[in-house]
Structure formats: structure tokens, C-alpha cells
Ligand binder design. Structure first.
Ligand SMILES: [Zn+2]
Length: 221
């Protein structure tokens, strides 16, 4: 990560799905954005409080319960506004409460974003701004949050270290997912990213090694 003085990041792993709730901190203002508070909001809040930060924004990458299930409670606890995902995920966002009940998980519920996001939108926290990149495929309304100055992106379940998002779910689309990754993310260069699950990586490492979207793999398809 470059420009570490401007921005710092930490992850709180939450829910039975081991989701990476990523907290983006503007070091100058001590304000933060919480990406995907899927649940266990007391744990997330205690980590934020311990660091003396103020929550300004809640950013959601997509409508799955492990990413957005705690957004409503987190907003109630902090007064932060909820931005994202893209409105194409409204059906997922609205089904979080019933999906959580089906999995038998407590503390996850549907929410209403204050702002649905579109490709090319800008979101901000403190003095930092992030570009919104609409990356359909895993879900139709998945968005990636990209900060050019720090060469960093939070990609949700679009891309993982050595893997990509599932496309066997309602309104998933494998062709869209490959297109999102190769035509919208790769052109950004060797960006370092945190995915929705698992360890961090970079676009260059995935172009080299990823068995689904590596350059050599796609060249023979
Ligand atoms: Zn997902």
C-alpha cells in the first residue's frame, strides 16, 4: 500500500461465512467507512472504538446476507449512511431477513440503502474518495470500491486469491463475471485488493496465477 499516511485499513472477520468486514480509515480526520458489516456488529464497533474512530459511511459490495446483514443495525448504532450496492441487487437485499432465518443465523436483516450506486459514482470518507465500479456476475448488483491514490480496491465476492465469485446462484452470470474482472478491473493496473473472503492479493498476482481468470487460462479458452 502506498500513501499509507493518508489511508489505513483493517479487517474484522465476521459471521459463520468468515467474511472480511474491511474498515477504511482516513488518517487525517480519523473518520472511517465500514465495508460490508454483515453481522457481529458489536465486535466491529469495539474494534473501531478501540482505535478512536468515527464511522461516517457504510459501504456494501453486494446484497448477500454475510455482507449486508448487519447494515441496518450498524446504521442504527452509528448514524452512518448506507451506500451501495447497485440497485440490481435489490432482490438480494430484500431477502436477507428470510435467508438468515433459513440458515438459522440471528442478527442479520434486510436494509434500505440511503444511496444505490452506479458505475462511475464516487463515494467519500473523510478526505478519501473511492471510485465505484459496477462488476456484475456473482450478483447483478456487485460493486467494487477503488481508491486510486492508495492503489487499493475492496472487491467483495467478485475476485478472490486464486478464485472468483460463485455463479451458481439466482441471477448470477459467469460470462458477466469474467467480463467484469478482465474488462473493468485488469485495466486499473496492479491494484492491491481485499476480497470478501480469504487473504489479500493483487490484480497482477491473479493474472499470473488465478485458475479461472489468469491470462494463460483465458488465452486457451
Ligand atoms: Zn456473495
Amino acid at each position: 500500500m502506498t500513501e499509507e499516511t493518508l489511508m489505513s485499513l483493517f479487517i474484522v472477520q465476521i459471521t459463520p461465512f468468515r467474511q472480511n468486514c474491511t474498515i477504511v480509515v482516513c488518517n487525517k480526520t480519523k473518520r472511517c467507512a465500514v465495508i460490508d458489516p454483515g453481522g457481529e456488529i458489536e465486535l466491529i464497533l469495539s474494534e473501531i472504538k478501540r482505535r478512536g474512530l468515527t464511522v461516517e459511511k457504510i459501504w456494501i459490495t453486494h446484497g448477500h446476507l454475510d455482507h449486508g446483514g448487519g447494515a441496518k443495525a450498524f446504521k442504527a448504532a452509528t448514524g452512518a449512511v448506507i451506500e451501495g450496492p447497485n440497485e440490481a441487487d435489490a432482490f438480494w437485499v430484500q431477502s436477507i431477513s428470510q435467508d438468515a432465518a433459513r440458515y438459522g443465523i440471528e442478527g442479520m436483516e434486510s436494509f434500505e440503502p440511503d444511496r444505490w450506486l452506479k458505475d462511475g459514482d464516487t463515494v467519500s470518507v473523510g478526505d478519501l474518495s473511492f471510485q465505484v465500479i459496477h462488476c456484475p456476475g456473482h450478483t447483478p448488483g456487485s460493486v467494487v470500491y477503488y481508491n486510486k491514490e492508495s492503489n487499493f480496491a475492496q472487491v467483495g465476492d467478485v475476485l478472490f486469491r486464486n478464485s472468483i465469485g460463485r455463479t451458481d446462484l439466482p441471477r448470477s452470470n459467469p460470462a458477466d463475471l469474467i467480463k467484469s474482472i478482465t474488462q473493468k478491473l485488469w485495466p486499473l493496473g496492479d491494484v492491491e485488493f481485499i476480497p470478501g473472503h480469504g487473504g489479500p492479493s493483487s490484480f497482477a498476482k491473479e493474472r499470473e496465477n488465478n485458475p479461472f481468470v489468469g491470462d494463460k487460462v483465458l488465452a486457451v479458452m
